[in-house]
Design a binder for this molecule. Structure first.
Ligand code: MG
Length: 338
């Protein structure tokens, strides 16, 4: 088997601001794994809130020896080797390899990758389209431009939260989900805001308070009329048990947990613990989004929209029907070149 990779700068249609960060360009990495005429495609981007850089990616991928493998269907062996070389870390780089292996696997067995986990595409929830923090006139423009999505995800966690929501509500009644990205610092104010949002057609609240404030997040969840979801607090499967009693659910991201295989394990663990499940993304193009989409029908809430926020996705966007990503019946991930 042969592994290769390349970097690509995805350009944001609008500068994307969330509590504490603004993104204009996102560097993503495309991974290719080839075997006997079949090619699997993967993608990932280093997460901004965990310690991985482009240099870490390159150093790690250069270290991997894929020539030693000649059976791509032995995915567990290959992924265990990748985790070992990364010393259990570098989840985002490993996610790119994992996605490529799932694509390759599907192509070799001539079935969609989601069949590996017996996923039923008919249970795919609607996906949200994210509106970053911005001035009211830009937010209004962004919301009016949204087409094809039935739910919006709103980034809050700053001083103008109510103004942002009122601006959105002046142009649309679509249900919203809210991501505070750790931006609410006082638990009473956080809870007041959640009550206010609950009267404005909100589905759930993501990462209400800072990760390290476990007690405050637990208190908010206990008193909240809306479910809460841990995102920055819950990275890998090892973090999932910590969510119980603190959040109503967890947000799976392939770049945080290491890929589809690990994401599937989180689904099982979270269900065992009675937690709700969301699946989200960072700043990936179609490859990363289609990777996450393979297990998205197993989740309650889906937030796989990043590919639509860029102007230069080098692949076709996933198919969107009535606000729902429709999984392709093609072998592999169903990725299409432009
Ligand atoms: Mg989030």
């Amino acid at each position: 088997m042969k592994l290769s990779y390349s970097f690509y700068d995805l350009k944001r249609k609008y500068p994307f601001t969330i509590s504490g960060h603004t993104f204009i360009t996102d560097t993503t990495i495309f991974v290719k794994i080839e075997h006997e005429g079949f090619t699997g495609y993967g993608e990932s981007a280093p997460g901004y809130y965990f310690d991985e850089t482009i240099e870490d990616f390159t150093g790690y991928l250069d270290k991997l020896d894929f020539e030693q493998f000649d059976n791509p269907l032995a995915m567990d062996d290959i992924l265990d080797y990748c985790a070992r070389i990364a010393d259990g870390k570098l989840t985002s780089a490993r996610a790119a390899i994992d996605i490529a292996l799932h694509d390759l696997y599907g192509k070799i067995i001539h079935k969609p990758s989601y069949t590996i986990y017996n996923v039923d595409p008919a249970t795919m929830p609607e996906t949200t389209f994210t509106i970053g923090i911005d001035k009211p006139e830009i937010i209004r423009k962004k919301v009016l431009e949204v087409s094809g999505f039935k739910r919006l995800k709103i980034k809050l966690g700053g001083p103008n939260d109510k103004e942002i929501v009122e601006t959105i509500r002046s142009v649309t009644d679509l249900p919203i989900t809210v991501d505070a990205n750790q931006g609410w610092k006082d638990r009473n104010e956080a809870l007041d805001m959640i009550h206010w949002l609950n009267e404005r057609n909100t589905i759930f609240i993501e990462q209400p308070m800072p990760v390290e404030n476990w007690d405050d997040n637990a208190w908010v969840t206990e008193n909240s009329p809306l479910p809460t979801v841990g995102d920055e607090a819950i990275l890998t499967i090892n973090d999932v048990p910590k969510a119980r009693g603190v959040y109503s659910g967890v947000n799976i991201k392939l770049v945080k947990c290491g890929g589809i295989r690990e994401g599937y394990k989180i689904v099982q663990k979270a269900r065992e613990l009675g937690l709700k499940l969301m699946i989200g993304c960072m700043g990936e193009a179609s490859v990363g989004i289609l990777g996450a989409a393979t297990i998205a029908p197993l989740c309650d809430w889906v937030d796989l929209d990043s590919t639509w926020l860029f102007t230069n996705n080098p692949y076709e966007h996933p198919e969107l029907v009535d606000g729902i990503i429709r999984l392709s019946s093609e072998p592999g991930l169903g990725l299409k070149e432009l």
